[in-house]
Design a protein around this ligand. Structure first.
Ligand code: 5AD
Length: 351
């Protein structure tokens, strides 16, 4: 296959995803990087990632912090979260992401609300910088909670669909009301209706997943009109039911190549959105996130969780997580001190 044969319908995308020719994959990533430069420019935006807690009410079959797994649980104190956010401001990251296991208990909800207000009070490091932008990634919540957090200062929310195929979704989650595909979709539309920039994404290279499923994931992002997407390769965690079931999945090399290829295809499909170069890429290759950028992504989320706790946020086997960015790659220019909102949103909703 070559680039001139690529079409953006389900069949064309699936053919591109299934094609394992390294020359085609390289050509596709280079083209996506050109499209990134033309549409969202050279700058890459940083979001300091704060992993607030690995306590979770959900039991997703692939996840290393699922409710039923045995691991050491932690929760950052408000002071620890604020110290990390101050670090992000000092380093002029422009914004932070607060991510954690899903919890809906009132104490947790109120804590997030207090933190949002306190983070908004942190002084920017330099004149001209805005106060930190805040993205939340705290799972499915009742609409009122999303509203409370929006009013307290969060303006972006990440909620992956994990897989846009309801059958596959139900194969990788327990079958109960807490893990309902329809509820997840509803949460995404709630976020959008409230006014968040609602980002989504899926895992790449899952057991049972076909090229057609991955093509559908891309078409789902387009249909949802997602201003931002964060997707990354599936990394099997040794102690999860999905890994223990012994069901096969693509090799690490293939999942990495698929991760880059999905970024590239999405950049061609949605030229002006924000696309994150996922942490999961970095775990597979020390320069994985930088390679994501060179395949069309424009957002990196350096991990700024205090180190002692970071090692416990073990969604999958994470050996090396860095909080620095390899700017040796001359192509990468960092948009310091900026929120780096999706151009897609500003084009549509603001003047
Ligand atoms: N491999 C890759 N990604 C994973 N996530 C959870 N477990 C894994 C895994 N084993 C991702 C999910 C979730 C995000 C926070 O981490 O997509 O949305």
């Amino acid at each position: 296959m070559n680039l001139s044969e690529l079409t953006f319908d389900r069949e064309g995308l699936a053919a591109a995803i299934a094609c394992e020719d390294p020359a085609f994959e390289a050509e596709l990533c280079e083209e996506a990087y050109r499209v990134k430069l033309a549409n969202v420019g050279k700058e890459v935006y940083l979001r300091g990632l704060i992993e607030i807690s690995n306590i979770c009410v959900k039991d997703c079959l692939y996840c290393g912090i699922r409710k039923d797994i045995h691991c050491q649980r932690y929760e950052l104190s408000e002071d620890e979260v604020l110290a990390s956010a101050r670090l992000a401001a000092q380093r002029r990251f422009g914004s932070v992401v607060i991510q954690g296991g899903e919890r809906t208990d009132p104490a947790f909800v109120r804590k997030i609300t207090r933190l949002l207000k306190a983070i908004k009070e942190i002084e920017p490091a330099e004149d001209g910088d805005r106060p930190l932008g805040i993205t939340l990634s705290l799972g499915e919540q009742p609409r009122e909670v999303y509203e409370e957090w929006f009013d307290a200062g969060a303006h972006r929310y990440l909620l992956r669909i994990e897989s846009s195929n309801p059958d596959l979704y139900h194969k990788i989650h327990p079958e109960d009301q807490l893990h309902s595909y329809d509820r997840r979709i509803r949460a995404l539309y709630d976020l959008k209706a409230i006014g968040y920039q609602a980002g989504t994404g899926a895992m790449i290279g899952l057991p049972f997943q076909t090229a057609g499923d991955m093509a559908d994931d891309l078409l789902f992002y387009k249909e949802f009109d997602a201003p931002m997407v964060g997707m990354g390769p599936y990394n099997p965690h040794p102690d999860t039911p999905l890994t223990l079931s012994g069901i096969g999945y693509p090799s690490a090399e293939r999942r990495f190549a698929l991760g880059l290829k999905m970024i590239a295809l999405l950049r061609l499909l949605m030229p002006d959105i924000n696309i994150a170069s996922a942490t999961a890429l970095e775990v597979m290759d020390p320069l994985g996130r930088e390679r994501g950028i060179l395949s069309g992504a424009n957002v990196i989320m350096p991990n700024i969780t205090p180190e002692e706790q970071m090692v416990k946020y073990n969604l999958y086997d994470r050996k090396t997580i860095r909080s620095d960015i390899n700017t040796l790659l001359s192509q990468i220019t960092i948009g310091y001190g900026k929120w780096g909102d999706s151009k897609h949103c500003s084009a549509q909703h603001h003047t």
